[in-house]
Design a protein around this ligand. Structure first.
Ligand SMILES: [Zn+2]
Length: 328
């Protein structure tokens, strides 16, 4: 069997690798996505990246037969077009991702496949990562946004209009402040993503009285929460202690919102394995413990033993998952 190229095309960077039929990433390359240059320029750059890898593979005696792409945005997996996208990639919506790449690479359109990057990520974890061997798995990622994918018998459930997996956009009782629902990036309000994403966690820290001087982003909130308070006296010490308390509270609330949301999804889908991924899942016990506690509180009795595990493939998950699209 020949090898394929897996591509993870995100808002800030694009990574691609030569993937063996067994899912090993043999050689890979990463470059910044030309996220201000428009769809055609991104296709040119991505095709050049892929062509370079095909050449390197050929030098090593490896032939490449197809390309799988996990891309930011809502992707029509049958036509390979970008149906909609946020402005993280300017002018991405409307781009003919599959036909644009297959013509640039002189590949048959049937040998190029594309899905949304979160689905590719989940497919990678379901094939060779934390959910390997499970016939069904739910992956939810908590990072800059909140997204997910339910993989059933080796295929992500994409939905009739390819919008499936937007698990950050349903109501959360935690997504309110002083009686008003919090605004969500989708234009709605009171959604899971408005309290459980990294940026939302930082906003919660500020609402709870945290100071921008003590933490500049969600990563800073975690550093602050685990920092020592000794050595600071008087007013400065009290202000720092207030910020630190706000950090701990924001993490607790964002984690509980995340866990409750995933618990509800488990009740609906009953996946064999649940995989949690993204920057917040990697932040350690301070987030994981309240997340898992809230998740288990939410579960219906027959589901109490469902395994909930952290993603294991890291940055290669979406490359491997995208490759799987053309390997099967
Ligand atoms: Zn929303």
């Amino acid at each position: 069997m020949t090898h394929v190229i897996g591509v993870d095309l995100g808002g800030t960077k694009t990574a691609a690798g030569v993937v063996s039929p067994a899912g090993e990433v043999l050689m890979s390359e990463t470059f910044p996505t030309l996220n201000r240059a428009g769809g055609e320029a991104i296709l040119d750059a991505t095709a050049a990246l892929i062509a370079g890898l095909v050449e390197r593979a050929a030098d090593a005696g490896i032939s490449v037969s197809g390309v799988g792409i996990g891309s930011a945005g809502v992707i029509d997996a049958s036509s390979g077009a970008v149906l909609s996208a946020t402005d993280a990639i300017h002018d991405w919506a409307g781009t003919e991702l599959v036909s644009g790449l297959s013509s640039r690479l002189s590949l048959a359109p049937s040998m190029v496949r594309a899905v949304n990057d979160v689905h590719a990520h989940a497919l990678g974890e379901a094939w060779l990562g934390a959910a390997a061997g499970s016939s069904s798995s739910l992956m939810v990622a908590f990072g800059t946004g909140v997204g997910g994918s339910f993989v059933l018998d080796g295929s992500p459930v994409l939905g009739h209009r390819f919008v499936g997996g937007h698990v950050g956009h349903f109501a959360s009782p935690y997504a309110a402040f002083e009686g008003s629902p919090l605004p969500c990036v989708c234009g709605g309000s009171g959604h899971v993503e408005a309290i459980a994403s990294g940026p939302a966690l930082y906003e919660a820290f500020l609402r709870f009285g945290g100071s921008t001087l003590d933490a500049a982003d969600s990563r800073g909130v975690f550093a602050l929460a685990t920092s020592a308070t000794d050595g600071l006296d008087g007013g400065a010490g009290a202000a720092f202690a207030d910020s630190r308390a706000a950090a701990l509270r924001a993490i607790e609330v964002a984690a509980a919102a995340a866990g409750q949301a995933v618990g509800g999804l488990i009740n609906i889908l009953d996946p064999e394995t649940v995989v949690i991924s993204g920057g917040l899942a990697d932040a350690g016990e301070l987030w994981w413990k309240p997340m898992e506690f809230a998740l288990r509180q939410e579960l219906l009795a027959p589901l109490v033993s469902v395994p909930v595990v952290r993603a294991t493939l890291g940055n290669t998950a979406a490359i491997v998952g995208a490759a799987k699209l053309v390997l099967k």
